[in-house]
Design a protein around this ligand. Structure first.
Ligand SMILES: *Cc1c(COP(=O)(O)O)cnc(C)c1O
Length: 359
């Protein structure tokens, strides 16, 4: 038996053990072919079956209607910051952005390079400690872009912002598949895999088909959604191994009970940790109560000189990765789908022990 840590890393992040164990076998010999999964041709029947299963599982788990395309791209969420405006921010329209944290801001900055941009709402002045509301939407809005879970500061929208008929575009890199969502409310939703879906290297884009017709046909091929949609993501060599791993993770999610069960677990884990933080004055949660993330729990210490001691304690308890993002400081416990409830309990025990030492 291997000793697995309760890895609190924000991403690349913990993956489900059954997915890794299946991969260990398939890396050497994929289903008796004598060829490892990374060595399979992307045009062969084995990989085509993996790709088809991955898409089918995504459609099933997320309830993706037939009028949406599922695309597998590379370049991470950052490439989507560019592809969204390149494809959807057509002449005369304005990209609307809701600013809730670092990633939302980066998406907005990238949008400015391609056309006119309007900030629909922002809590930057408050250090993003709470979620913004939509204050205004521009006329001729191409879309409203928002980030559902703010991985760095640790906030999360409980529901979709309401932007009426304007296509809603979402960076869901750190919470896609953590809970059921109404996909039909979105024009486009994307997620880099390395937080909650699999390893780094593949980005999932779900887009309503009618939006694809907006893309100019002089875009660089690999920056056009149409290229991926027309070729079923097989225009060039896709990231075959990351896609295979996403497939294993999706199988695991389905076997464990789907997104309703993921949501139940994520709520349970987050509640355990927030309750400990709220009941000990040595801890200072970063984000206002109503805005808190179920994925990334962020907090500081009242006495910041004790930070190293807490990190030493949690690491000694098999809980690596608690250090906060360099822009926020303090601590961040990232507890994605694959992070077990036992890990949340172990973290609570360590936090309580620390609080009692320093009450
Ligand atoms: C991690 C993260 C990103 C950046 O992802 P890359 O794949 O490194 O480009 C963007 N948005 C969110 C919400 C993230 O969590």
């Amino acid at each position: 038996m291997v000793q697995r840590a309760f890895n609190l890393s924000p991403g690349p992040a913990i993956l489900p053990l059954p997915a890794l164990e299946q991969a260990r076998q398939d890396i050497i010999d994929y289903r008796g072919t004598g060829i490892g999964v990374m060595e399979l041709s992307h045009r062969g029947p084995e990989f085509e079956a993996i790709l088809a299963e991955t898409e089918a599982l995504l459609r099933e788990l997320l309830g993706i209607p037939a009028s949406y395309k599922v695309l597998f791209t590379t370049g991470g969420a950052h490439q989507q910051f560019s592809m969204v405006p390149m494809n959807l921010l057509t002449e005369g329209l304005t990209g609307n952005y809701l600013l809730s944290g670092l990633w939302a801001e980066k998406a907005c900055d990238e949008g400015r390079k391609f056309g006119s941009v309007h900030v629909a709402g922002s809590t930057k002045e408050e250090g993003y400690r709470k979620l913004p509301q939509i204050e205004s939407i521009s006329r001729g809005a191409a879309y409203l872009h928002y980030c559902s879970n703010n991985t760095v500061i640790g906030s999360q929208f409980p529901t979709e912002p309401d932007c009426g008929d304007v296509p809603l575009v979402c960076d869901a890199s750190s919470d896609l598949l953590s809970r059921p969502i109404p996909i039909e409310r979105y024009g486009l939703i994307y997620a880099g895999a390395q937080k909650n879906l699999g390893p780094a290297g593949v980005t999932i884009v779900v887009v309503r088909e009618d939006l694809l017709s907006r893309s100019r046909d002089d875009l660089p091929l690999m920056m056009s959604y149409t290229t991926y949609a027309k070729s079923a993501s097989l225009f060039n060599t896709p990231p075959t191994f990351p896609i295979y791993m996403v497939c294993q993770v999706l199988r695991w999610i389905k076997a464990e009970g789907g997104l309703a069960e993921m949501e139940r677990r994520n709520e349970e884990k987050a509640k355990l940790v927030y309750d400990v933080l709220d009941s000990h004055a040595v801890f200072v949660p970063v984000v206002d109560r109503g805005s808190r993330s179920k994925m990334n729990v962020t907090f500081r210490l009242r006495d910041e000189s004790l930070e190293k001691e807490l990190l030493r304690l949690t690491e000694a308890r098999g809980l690596p990765g608690l250090k906060g993002h360099r822009m926020v400081g303090g601590f961040r416990a990232s507890m994605y789908n694959a992070f077990p409830i036992e890990g949340a309990r172990a973290l609570c025990d360590a936090l309580i022990e620390f609080a009692e030492r320093h009450r």
